[in-house]
Design a binder for this molecule. Structure first.
Ligand code: ADP
Length: 550
């Protein structure tokens, strides 16, 4: 074997040893210390170290060393002077610099000598595909002799190969850091994740997934079969995973998983096949999102909705019963009331002249009260007809101005008693409209009666009407007590009366007039609304189409 061959073999052995030793290292510092100590052993040096260029390319840092005076290397970053950097960057191969063979050392090398505290040292540059990575350094203590030429040759030769080792250390550390980072993220991810291989054997599982499985030791799970885990098969996820293993991507929402009797989850599960570079499915990535609180909320919402529907149906039933009750009572009352009115009329016409005046005035009171009762029964019947949609409307050509003037005239006496001004104000002649005459009288009588009722003595009531093209607009304005804002939307509901106004105790109130008026107006495809201010008065508006379509 030639000298060269045996040198080469020695170097290869060193490199092999290094590679083997570096396989399981955790940090780069550990790796570079191993390289330095191997270097020290094979060269018989007292010191050995490895200094690499920093990222910015202007400084060197000792990344690993052995035998170097304590504390010197940890602080050792060495500025590289420009001429030195130029020389290095132009070098095609590793070159050695022997300290004690040169009188004038470059500044950078002097600085390295200072770190080692010796002049008996050799540096060899480490180049990787022409790029300068740093230096290998070996040194001897003062007085323990100097290196021979063969040491310099060895250092240069090993520097050429060690660049690969440095590169390997760096990239394997980068990969490891990336892997650790990924594992850290997966562990913290707010979703459950596991992977299994092509046979369904767990290969990794994160903390959230362990929590969902209700298991504590990952080690117990890794290496076992996904299909042996009962929570997986019970929740029906085995089929999804199986199809993932056959290469199909799949999703399943609202999976119910019960790892323990007192612990249950709803999951949204997703399976993605993991493919090898050749396209074969080599495993499955399983991701599960915990949607328990969402599903619970949804269930709660559904229950509330059901309850609400029940309550609504109950309310409708009660309303129906109420309408039926009104209907029955009104019908039952109407017949005897009609009979009573007939008898009263008879008594009045037949016997009145012969009756003592005190009896005849009592008869008048009876008649007035019976009429009132009859009107009330009629109103109640109208309300129930409206609710059943059974209000009959007989359309005929009607002069609204004539109806309004008849009503105003008829109420003039009542207004005078209360010293109120009641005025009809119609601009020009109104056209004929198609409407139910009797019902129109009901609507406007009610509005005018209300205006008189809810206006103090001396107040002012004005009834106006105007032709507005397709519609006739009628409005009844008073300067009475007004209606509070919160009641404005309710006064058209049946039996709603406003109790807060000043006159509430003085008038008969039922809360039926406005709902009936609204029902009649709407049956004519018209519109009724109110504007009012407490203490200032109210304006009730009615829009009626001239020709309502039937
Ligand atoms: P009623 O007058 O028999 O109570 P309505 O249905 O005609 O029934 O009216 C409902 C309620 O609306 C009345 O009780 C009253 O509080 C209020 N209201 C109606 N018209 C007026 C008005 N012109 N001014 C003030 N309040 C009114």
């Amino acid at each position: 074997m030639s000298d060269d061959t045996s040198k080469r073999l020695a170097i290869l052995e060193t490199i092999n040893r290094l590679n083997a030793k570096l396989r399981d290292i955790k940090t780069d510092q550990e790796a570079f210390t191993i390289i330095a100590s191997e270097l020290k052993n094979v060269t018989g040096a007292d010191y050995a170290g490895i200094a690499l260029v920093e990222k910015d390319d202007t400084r060197l840092r000792f990344v690993g060393s052995v035998g170097v005076p304590a504390g010197n290397t940890s602080i050792a970053t060495i500025e590289m002077d420009a001429s030195f950097r130029k020389r290095i960057s132009e070098a095609k191969h590793s070159i050695a610099i022997r300290f004690n063979s040169q009188a004038e050392l470059p500044g950078t090398v002097q600085a390295i000598a200072k770190v080692l505290e010796t002049d008996h040292a050799i540096l060899s540059s480490i180049l990787l595909r022409g790029e300068f990575l740093g230096y290998l350094v070996i040194g001897k203590k003062e007085g323990s002799g100097s290196f021979g030429n063969e040491s310099e040759d060895f250092l240069v030769a090993i520097a050429e190969d060690i660049s690969m080792v440095v590169e390997n250390v760096r990239s394997s550390l980068e990969v490891r850091t990336a892997k650790e980072e990924t594992e850290r993220i997966l562990a913290l991810a707010p979703v459950g994740i596991f992977t299994c291989d092509s046979k369904g054997i767990f290969t990794s599982v994160n903390r959230q997934m362990m929590n969902i499985f209700d298991l504590t030791s990952e080690a117990d799970l890794i290496g076992t079969s996904v299909f042996e885990l009962s929570v997986i098969s019970k929740s029906g996820l085995d089929a999804l995973i199986m199809s993932g293993m056959e290469g199909h991507e799949g999703e399943k929402a609202d999976v119910h998983m019960v790892p323990r009797s007192d612990k249950a989850f709803y999951l949204h599960a997703k399976v993605t096949p993991i493919e090898s570079a050749s396209g074969d499915t080599q495993g499955v990535l399983f991701v599960a999102m915990d949607i328990t609180s969402k599903v619970r909320l949804q269930n709660q919402l559904e229950r509330s909705y059901e309850k609400l529907t029940q309550t609504y149906e109950e309310l409708e039933r009660v309303t129906r019963m109420k309408t039926q009750f009104i209907d029955v009572v009104s019908h039952e009352l109407r017949t005897p009331l009609t009979v009573m009115r007939g008898y009263i009329d008879l008594v009045e016409s037949e016997y009145s002249p012969k009756l003592e005046s005190k009896f005849s005035s009592r008869l008048k009171i009876i008649k007035a009260n019976t009429d009132k009762l009859y009107a009330l029964v009629e109103s109640m019947l109208d309300v129930s007809r409206l609710e059943k949609g059974a209000l009959q409307i007989h359309l005929e050509p009607v002069r609204i101005d004539a109806i309004l003037s008849e009503i105003v005239e008829g109420r003039m006496h009542d207004a005078e008693i209360k010293k109120q001004t009641l005025q009809l104000d119609i601009d020009g002649r109104l056209p004929l409209i198609m409407a139910d005459r009797r019902r129109m009288k009901d609507v406007f009588s009610n509005l005018v009666d209300n205006a008189l009722k809810y206006t103090q003595e001396g107040g002012r009531i004005q009834v106006s009407a105007r032709d507005e093209g397709r519609m006739v607009h009628v409005w009844v304005k008073d300067n009475g007590v007004g209606i509070p804002l919160e009641a404005l939307g309710k006064i058209f509901d049946r039996f709603h009366i406003v109790t807060s106004n000043d006159l509430s105790h003085q008038v008969d109130r039922l809360g039926l007039g406005l709902p009936i008026a609204k029902g009649i107006v709407e049956a004519h495809q018209g519109r009724i609304w109110v504007e009012s201010q407490v203490g200032k008065g109210s304006v009730f508006h009615v829009d009626l189409p001239k020709e309502p379509s039937k």
